[in-house]
Write a protein that binds this ligand. Structure first.
Ligand SMILES: Cc1cc2nc3c(=O)[nH]c(=O)nc-3n(C[C@H](O)[C@H](O)[C@H](O)COP(=O)(O)OP(=O)(O)OC[C@H]3O[C@@H](n4cnc5c(N)ncnc54)[C@H](O)[C@@H]3O)c2cc1C
Length: 290
């Protein structure tokens, strides 16, 4: 289908994009990779008077280490994240997760800022940024603010972003220390690649093999991505063996209502979440010991 008519604006800087957002308010939408927004416009699920393209803003797609974290520009594509040596070496979970997104065309165009802002309940990054306790930087006419990943996903397709705010950077920790392992595993919808369930796990082991830190992010299972905090608490302080991992993973859906659709019932999604939590935790532990 053909989208409704809109005026196209190509912003040359974040400041210009912010100004345009202020000028057109609710009648404007930001465009990044276009791989969620353009299909929505073409299907007329959304319509917009002014499209503000961020794609020509230079310097917003970098991936660099700064202040003990890795700072990823909002326009970094899934492909550049998947193949970034810095991320693969120092925060492999995000690169692994990016490699699971859609197909090569989607990974070449789609951006991390667009994916997080869109907050599709079946998107992959939300699981990883939750497990990594990432920081999301939003910029507006009032300046910059940092939103913790744990508070970013508010509801289906809804985030903590306020009107006039643009995601400009995502910051993830360096996790490549000895004793820490991470893993992302996913059951995908075969046609689109979106997650029916995706689980990201981070485990740090102390010298005696006990889990001193456990983080589990889940996507696809519910209306928004979430941290499986009961699972995290159940494994923390325990020897990270198969029995403890299995017992902790059983709690992965204890505080959520899982979603049902034509691909999977709520019961099946809950089952998959528990199974994939167990597998992702076991893989993270294996990598922590390597
Ligand atoms: C066939 C297909 C398969 C896909 N499979 C998967 C998959 O398996 N896993 C997965 O996670 N995703 C998948 N996607 C979605 C894809 O990852 C998109 O790229 C992503 O969801 C949106 O990123 P974008 O850069 O394309 O954003 P856009 O489509 O340009 O924008 C999406 C939304 O975010 C807003 N926005 C964009 N950038 C910013 C910003 N910097 N600050 C604030 N708001 C912003 C826009 O206004 C819009 O509302 C798939 C898409 C397609 C078409």
């Amino acid at each position: 289908m053909i989208p409704g008519a809109f005026e196209y604006h190509s912003a040359k800087s974040v400041d210009e994009a912010i100004k345009l957002l202020g000028q057109y308010g609710d009648d404007a939408k930001l465009l990044a990779g276009g791989h969620s927004l353009i299909p929505a416009l073409k299907l007329r699920l959304q319509s917009v008077g002014h499209l503000i393209d961020l794609g020509r803003i230079s310097g917003l797609d970098g991936i660099k280490e700064a202040g003990g974290k890795i700072a990823i520009g909002a326009l970094a594509t899934h492909h550049s994240i998947e193949t970034s040596k810095l991320l693969r070496d120092k925060c492999p979970l995000l690169a692994e997760c990016a490699g699971y997104i859609g197909d090569v065309q989607v990974r070449n165009r789609g951006t991390i800022g667009g994916s997080l802002s869109h907050a599709d309940p079946a998107a992959d990054y939300p699981a990883a940024v939750l497990a990594l306790e990432a920081e999301i930087e939003a910029t507006s006419s009032k300046g910059k603010r940092t939103i913790a990943a744990d508070g970013f996903f508010v509801d289906m397709l809804q985030t903590a972003l306020q009107p006039g705010e643009i995601v400009t950077e995502v910051r993830v920790p360096v996790t490549a220390a000895k004793g820490t392992g991470t893993a992302y595993l996913k059951v995908l919808q075969p046609a689109s690649g979106f997650a029916i369930v995706g689980v990201a796990a981070l485990v740090t082991l102390d010298g005696s093999g006990k889990a001193s830190k456990v983080r589990v992010g889940v996507t696809g299972a519910a209306v928004k991505a979430f941290r499986a905090k009961d699972t995290e608490a159940a494994l923390t302080g325990k020897a990270a063996d198969d029995a403890a991992i299995a017992a902790a993973a059983e709690k992965a859906t204890s505080n959520v209502e899982t979603s049902g659709d034509i691909f999977a019932s709520p019961e099946y999604r809950a089952h998959l979440t528990r199974v994939y939590a167990r597998r992702a935790l076991a893989e993270a532990v294996k990598r922590a010991k390597a």
